[in-house]
Design a protein around this ligand. Structure first.
Ligand code: ARG
Length: 463
């Protein structure tokens, strides 16, 4: 039966439906929302209108209260009620409760639409940096693992069939390099995200001389989004770009997980998953299962699904703000959680993965050397196709050869004995340093904004 309760003028059921998960999800946006408001009030005070919308002392009072809200939020004490609907109204309610009329002025020249857009970009910045630092850390662990085991032969496979001599070093550093590609994609997404949407208001700007460059600089963005309509309606599309980049990292991880499951099966035995990263069975006493890797595969599927549901939500949205966008918040946040936790778990597993060198060598059956043998004949002057036929006709004659010598002979760039570990490590360190610097810059802007301190000149200002 339908209860006809109302909250204010809105039916209670409708309010719950429209507020959706915001009351919970927006708790992750409190700090960003306060940063946005701190930058906005500073800009309002500097806006050339008479009398000024806000005086310097008022900006100070608002900033101090915003800092207290952030403190409360970090202590888990800031609440968003159903009547608030979202973080934006909850913060404004608190400012008005504490500061009276002053709290009612902060929303001048702004809408919740650009608040949520700036909040999500600030949130996205921090989470992208989490993801990028985790990606660089995993690449570093894989590279170290590769270097340590670079001389251990491992059968290279195509179609899952034994193919050619390879090494554990080649296998592991391939995943590290794949993660560097993923890092580049995340960096491209980071760059798109690093533009301040604030000042778009409902989507179409305001008839007062707001300074969008100033709020962008105060918040530490690289630049403002130029067109105010684009600033607002890039929401959702931007999230789908970020989630797509995260999906690529998950694609790397999922395939690595698949290899680990396979190559740690007793039938292969190349690797041993550390006991603390396997789980037992409730009925079979002997079992040590690779559940962690299996879950990782499933979580990769889920991150890709978050990317696709986000794109689907915005696919049919017309220009300007549409409430559909609210529904992209959950997949955005969930995608980050899934990807970052997966990167971290994989880093822990790879740090402790053990290699059974004897099992790796035992897997070298004579046929693995067939191509190497054909190439030997080529060096003696035989055309390759003749050498190929010759070896194929006498596969049974292939002798046990030395896998160590076979991989030592592959010295060209990127081959088992030609891996550029120094180059790989330099790229990984550069990536990690870049993310560290960006985070320090973000935190500097955040702390300066919330303490009301004077901010340094933005980079590239020439002074
Ligand atoms: N919670 C809303 C969202 O995430 C905030 C913006 C609401 N704007 C509006 N016009 N109803 O989209």
């Amino acid at each position: 039966m339908r209860r006809n309760t109302t909250v204010g003028t809105v039916d209670a059921e409708v309010l719950a439906y429209t507020a959706g998960q915001d009351r919970i999800l927006d708790l992750a946006l409190v700090e960003a929302d306060c940063m946005g408001t701190a930058a906005h009030v500073r800009m309002l005070a500097a806006m050339p209108v008479e009398p000024p919308v806000l005086k310097a002392a008022e900006v100070e009072a608002v900033t101090a209260e915003l800092a207290r809200i952030v403190e409360d939020s970090r202590a888990g004490k800031f609440k968003i009620t159903l009547e608030d609907q979202d973080v934006h109204l909850a913060v404004e309610r608190r400012l008005t409760a504490k500061l009276g009329d002053l709290g009612k002025r902060v929303h001048t020249c702004r809408s919740r639409n650009d608040q949520v857009a700036v909040d999500l970009r600030l949130f996205g910045k921090v989470r992208l940096l989490d993801a990028m630092q985790a990606t660089a850390a995993l690449a570093g662990v894989l590279s170290a693992f590769a270097r340590q085991h670079r001389k251990i032969p491992m059968v290279g496979r195509t179609h899952m069939q034994p193919a050619m001599p390879s090494s554990v070093g080649l296998w592991a550093s391939a995943w590290a390099e794949s993660l560097l590609d993923d890092f580049s994609l995340l960096m491209a997404a980071y760059d798109l995200n690093d533009q301040c949407p604030l000042g778009s208001a409902a989507s179409y700007g305001v008839p007062l001389p707001i300074d969008r460059q100033l709020t962008s600089d105060l918040l530490g963005f690289a630049r403002p989004v130029s067109n105010v309509l684009h600033a607002n309606q890039s929401r959702g599309k931007l999230e789908s770009v970020i989630l797509s980049a995260l999906s690529q990292a998950m694609l790397t991880l999922s395939r690595l997980a698949e290899d680990l499951i396979l190559f740690s099966m007793p039938e292969f035995g190349y690797f041993r998953l550390p006991a603390e990263y396997t789980t037992g069975s409730s009925i079979m006493p002997q079992k040590r299962n690779p559940d962690v890797m299996e879950l990782l595969r499933a979580k990769a599927a889920k991150v890709m699904a978050q990317a696709s549901v986000t794109a689907e939500i915005v696919r049919a949205a017309p220009s300007g703000y549409n409430r559909d966008l609210q529904e992209t918040k959950e997949p955005f946040m969930r995608g980050f959680d899934l990807a970052i936790s997966s990167l971290r778990v994989m880093t822990a597993v790879m740090s402790a993965l053990q290699v059974d060198a004897a099992a790796c060598r035992r897997a070298f059956t004579p046929d693995v050397f067939a191509t190497d043998r054909a190439l030997e004949l080529v060096v003696g002057g035989m055309p390759f196709r003749d050498a190929y036929r010759e070896v194929k006709a006498h596969l049974g004659d292939l002798k046990d050869r030395d896998p160590d010598a076979a991989i030592a002979a592959k010295t060209h760039l990127g081959a088992p004995a030609g891996l550029d570990f120094d180059g790989l490590d330099a790229r990984i360190e550069e990536a990690a340093r870049w993310a560290d610097d960006e985070r320090a810059d973000f935190e500097m802007h955040r702390d300066a904004l919330l303490s009301g301190a004077a901010l340094p000149e933005p980079a590239g200002c020439g002074g």
